[in-house]
Structures are given as structure tokens and as C-alpha cells.
Design a protein around this ligand. Structure first.
Ligand SMILES: NC(=O)c1ccc[n+]([C@@H]2O[C@H](COP(=O)([O-])OP(=O)(O)OC[C@H]3O[C@@H](n4cnc5c(N)ncnc54)[C@H](O)[C@@H]3O)[C@@H](O)[C@H]2O)c1
Ligand SMILES: O=P(O)(O)OC[C@H](O)CO
Length: 326
């Protein structure tokens, strides 16, 4: 496994291209032609990962057909655009390492399910965990979950992208890794709201713990392993994104908690806060699975503009007292 293709040149795709370029050739596909041009000419992606000098070994392109010769493809588009882009990509039987965190609106598909429909011959793996792109690109120590049903393929992918400061831990629980990454984005919005509304540290800790209970209930119902959800891709990423304004999801929640409308906050962004798109479809999927997710429900209602932050907090606090387990 030598030549790596990266589909998507946002912050995370660019950071992963930088990681993969330490061990071999990388072609990075950008949605915006001017981003590809800037990476090739200036070795910087000032639109999405400003201030990080990129390896000259990264060749950027705006033509997805240029990925035809790759030995593996890292798929790093926003979740809601992934299916359409994969349908246009020269994938065939090339292994896909899915790196987006979300659930597809309309279909309720996990990224692996959408990718399997778009590229039926391709073996599929997923990369998830606590990973702010800027820290990875700056070479700060990071550990991730690399999940693949075929552990031998997982081992080859891990070996290709591992660096002394970037440690993939293998798992065969693809669904668990994906659900951890998708659900934590929704919970990070909730934590941002708690911070923005100045509800205090007790409330934030309670929300992380009860949010983790929601993630676990939903994950188990969808076939995930509890140990995956308690690992880097679940609890690890939840702790990261629920405790830092660097998280786009947390910072979206912060604005909502301060009284701004979700619609106006979202219309101003060029970068993606996946939790805003995952919240409504997560609620739909949880209801379909018979799983109670009151925090996710509250986030979805806030994003839709149906509740204010005060109404959401009141609704959560008015829920009947219950056992902590289950
Ligand atoms: N940034 C991180 O730290 C980080 C870390 C781990 C995972 N992720 C995940 O990676 C995925 C990509 O996020 P990101 O942070 O790299 O993106 P980003 O927010 O930095 O950039 C937005 C991306 O969306 C693309 N885009 C915009 N409109 C598009 C369209 N119509 N079709 C296709 N692409 C379009 C842009 O080209 C750009 O690549 C998300 O699922 C995110 O949750 C991000
Ligand atoms: O900025 P966020 O909220 O999209 O989080 C980025 C990564 O998913 C953190 O692991």
C-alpha cells in the first residue's frame, strides 16, 4: 500500500494528507479548484488549515479521476456530501478508509452503509477518535481508532498512516467507531449550549455522562460494542469536543446558548459543524430503534428553531426521575 488518495481538502483531509505524505506519495482531491491550486503552488491550505506548511509530497487536484491509481482512498468529505462524491470517484475495489463523522440525512445510513451502496466492490474501514485537525497537522501526539471488519486490511492501513505521533489502534467494530464519532458531534453542541448559557461545570459534566449513556444505548441497539464506545472513538472524542471551543460543534452550541439562532450561526459558516446535520437524523434513527435520546432530541429541536435554550434546559430538567442504569 503506497500511493494514498485523500478525497476532501477541508481541515481534516488536509491534515491526514500531511500525515500520509510522511510515508509515501499522496494525491489530495479538493472540491474547490482554487484550494487545489493554492496547495500545489504555496504548499498551504489557507482556506481550511491556515498556517500549516504542507509537505511538497502532497499533489493536489480538482479532478477526481486523478485518484484512479491510488492503493487506498481516505474519504474526508462532509458526511452529507460523501455518497455523491464517491459515486463520481474512480473507486472500484480500492479500499476506502472513511473519516467523516455523521449519519446521512434522508436514509439514516452510517457512512459505511452509504459507501457500500455507492461503491459495492470496495472494502471499507473507518477512522475516528479525538483529533483536532490543526493539532494532528502540527505533529502533536494523537491516537485514533481504525476500524475494519477485515483485520488484515486494517493492519495494512494502520501501518501506512501510522507515525510516531499519530497512533492508530485497530478494532473490528466498524459500527461502534462510526456511531461514537457521529453522536459525539451532537453532544458537543449540547455542551456548548450549557457553556454559552453559563449553566456551570456540574451541568456540563452531567451532560457528558448522560450523553455518553445515550450514545451507548443507541450504539448497542445498532450492534456496536460497548468497549468501542468507551474508547477513543466514543468517550475519548466526546471528552475532547465537549471541552474545547476549538470544536466547531461546541462553538455552534456556544452561540446558541448565548441566544443566537442556529439558522443564522449556520448560514455564516464555511466549515462544517456535522452535529447540526446529524441531530435530526439521529433522533429519527433512535426513535426507529426504540432508543430514548432526550439530549439529542433537545439539540435537534434547537437546531430546527422549535425550542430556545431555556426551553430545552427546562424540558430536560423536568423529565421524570429515573434509575441511572439502562
Ligand atoms: N476538522 C477536524 O478537526 C476533523 C477531525 C476529525 C473528523 N472530521 C470530520 O471530517 C469531515 C470533514 O470535515 P473537515 O473539518 O475536513 O471540513 P472543513 O469544515 O474544514 O471544510 C469544509 C469541507 O466541505 C467541503 N465542501 C463544501 N461544500 C461541498 C460540497 N457541495 N460538496 C463536497 N464538499 C463540499 C469543502 O471543500 C471542505 O473540504 C467531517 O465529517 C468532520 O466531522 C473533522
Ligand atoms: O470541530 P469538530 O466539533 O468538528 O470536531 C473535530 C473532531 O471531530 C474532533 O475529534
Amino acid at each position: 500500500m503506497n500511493h494514498i488518495g485523500v478525497i476532501g481538502a477541508g481541515a481534516w483531509g488536509t491534515a491526514l494528507a500531511q500525515v500520509a505524505a510522511q510515508n509515501g506519495p499522496v494525491t489530495l482531491w479538493a472540491f474547490e479548484p482554487e484550494v487545489a491550486q493554492a496547495i500545489n503552488e504555496l504548499h498551504e491550505n489557507s482556506a481550511f488549515l491556515a498556517g500549516i506548511p504542507l509537505s511538497p509530497a502532497i499533489r493536489a487536484t480538482a479532478h477526481i479521476a486523478d485518484l484512479a491509481d491510488c492503493d487506498a482512498l481516505l474519504v474526508v468529505t462532509p458526511a452529507q456530501h460523501m455518497r455523491v462524491i464517491l459515486q463520481a470517484a474512480p473507486v472500484g475495489a480500492t479500499p476506502l478508509l472513511l473519516c467523516a463523522k455523521g449519519i446521512e440525512a434522508g436514509t439514516m445510513a452510517l457512512m459505511s452503509e452509504a459507501a457500500a451502496e455507492a461503491c459495492p466492490e470496495a472494502p471499507i474501514a473507518a477512522l475516528s477518535g479525538p483529533t483536532f485537525a490543526s493539532e494532528v497537522a502540527a505533529g502533536l501526539p494523537t491516537a485514533v481508532t481504525l476500524a475494519c471488519g477485515d483485520d488484515a486490511l486494517g493492519e495494512r492501513l494502520a501501518a501506512r498512516i501510522a507515525l510516531p505521533h499519530f497512533r492508530p489502534y485497530r478494532s473490528t467494530d466498524l459500527i461502534g467507531a462510526e456511531i461514537g464519532g457521529a453522536v459525539k458531534n451532537v453532544l458537543a453542541i449540547a455542551c456548548g449550549i450549557v457553556e454559552g448559557a453559563s449553566l456551570g461545570r456540574n451541568a456540563r459534566a452531567a451532560l457528558i455522562a448522560r450523553g455518553f449513556a445515550e450514545m451507548t444505548r443507541f450504539g448497542i441497539a445498532r450492534g456496536a460494542k460497548a468497549e468501542t464506545l468507551a474508547g477513543l472513538a466514543g468517550l475519548g472524542d466526546l471528552v475532547l469536543t465537549c471541552s474545547s471551543e476549538q470544536s466547531r460543534n461546541f462553538s455552534l452550541g456556544l452561540g446558541i446558548g448565548r441566544g443566537e439562532s442556529a439558522a443564522s450561526l449556520l448560514s455564516d459558516r464555511r466549515t462544517v459543524a456535522e452535529g447540526a446535520f446529524t441531530a435530526p437524523v439521529l433522533v429519527q434513527a433512535a426513535r426507529a430503534a426504540g432508543v430514548e435520546m432526550p439530549i439529542a432530541e433537545a439539540v435537534a429541536a434547537l437546531i430546527a428553531g422549535d425550542w430556545t435554550a431555556t426551553q430545552a434546559v427546562e424540558a430536560l430538567l423536568a423529565r421524570p426521575l429515573r434509575s441511572e442504569a439502562g
